[in-house]
Write a protein that binds this ligand. Structure first.
Ligand code: ATP
Length: 327
């Protein structure tokens, strides 16, 4: 039997009972696979790696070493939540790397979107590799949050290597406990493992993080304005009951300024662009008709609370032609 093929008769995990049965089965399987050896996991705080972390912690506790890389491009509060949930609540073995200065130094003056993505991806691998080397003598396995769509996208030939890119002399055996599951099933399991709702229902977030939403060459002040404006947007969407109802919503801040007047004085500051989309497969996307009062409230809060922003716009472009992200 192909271990990367979901059995036809495998029931879709939709209920707490089915989730708990899966968890019990996997805890057994993980213990059998790992024994008393150690496992390394890159933990982003996204749904997939968080659920794999929680499963492994349940199965083997501190034999799991989680590495969270804060590249300085996380959304507001996200890295703090990873520390709070995994280190404080689940008592996990967590290595927290604040690599903000490294990433921002490399990105300094780089405006081209693809160049930014490449720098962020390559530096992530470098940071992770450094951490992996420190523990490579004691670690035998690399756990990954591969899910079934990742396998299907790679034609089922081999599991999609989420982290990938590790050099040949640093290879581990793989542990991919949710590789036959769909995203909705991973969420049900995460909930049963006690992960917070905000983590389980987290909307998709690009690997390069806010780096591709701080348009053009990233500067620290504009990145901070973006992070604050984005946090207000998420806050207000949650308060309006839209969390989990609108597929993805975020703010981008471009690298040019607009004129305004604040307290009788000319303000020459950045615009904040609100993007919200609904999609089934991310191939096409529609812009939801948001409540006008909500948009006005978000606008008022961003203008009052975020230094450097003097204008707020709502992007009405569907995909196609507009991609979901601006970069
Ligand atoms: N900041 C980070 N710190 C540690 N690991 C990370 C980080 N960003 C990404 N990763 C690792 O790379 C994998 C792929 O990242 P990607 O952004 O494509 O997310 P994903 O496939 O949606 O998974 P997840 O839901 O776990 O974020 C993650 O599952 C995680 O193992």
């Amino acid at each position: 039997m192909d271990p990367n093929k979901r059995p036809e008769d495998m029931e879709r995990i939709t209920t707490p009972e089915l989730a708990n049965a899966f968890i019990d089965e996997q805890v057994e399987a993980i213990r059998a696979q790992i024994g008393d050896r150690k496992v390394l996991l890159a933990l982003s705080g996204g749904v997939d790696s968080s659920v794999v972390a929680a499963l492994l912690i349940k199965a083997i506790g501190k034999q799991l070493i989680c590495v969270h890389v804060n590249h300085g491009l996380m959304r507001k509060g996200e890295s703090e939540q990873v520390v709070d949930v995994f280190q404080n609540q689940l008592d996990a073995n967590l290595v927290y790397v604040d690599a903000t200065d490294r990433f921002l130094a490399l990105l300094d003056g780089v405006a081209e979107p693809e160049a930014k993505r490449k720098i962020i991806g390559a530096e992530f691998i470098r940071v992770f590799e450094e951490e992996a080397r420190k523990v490579s003598d004691e670690v035998s396995f690399l756990a990954q949050g591969t899910i079934y769509p990742d396998i299907l996208e790679s034609d089922g030939v081999k599991a999609h290597h989420n982290v990938g890119g590790l050099p040949d002399d640093l290879q581990f055996e793989l542990c991919e406990p949710v590789k036959l599951l769909y995203k909705d099933e991973v969420r049900v399991i995460g909930r049963e493992l006690g992960l917070p709702e905000g983590m389980v229902e987290r909307q998709p977030f690009p690997g390069p993080g806010l780096g591709v939403r701080c348009l053009g060459a990233i500067t620290r002040d504009r990145l901070e304005a973006l992070r604050e404006a984005d946090a207000i947007l998420r806050d207000e969407f949650a308060a309006a009951g839209l969390e989990g109802k609108v597929w993805q919503y975020f703010v981008s801040v471009p690298d040019f300024r607009a004129t305004g007047v604040r307290d009788g004085v000319r303000a020459f500051e950045w615009p904040a662009i609100i993007r919200a989309v609904n999609t089934v497969d991310a191939m096409t996307a529609e812009v939801p008709e948001l409540d006008w009062a909500l948009l006005k409230k978000i606008t008022a809060r961003i203008l009052a609370e975020v230094p450097g922003i003097c204008r707020v716009v709502y992007d009405l472009t569907p995909k196609p032609i507009g991609t979901i992200e601006w970069e």
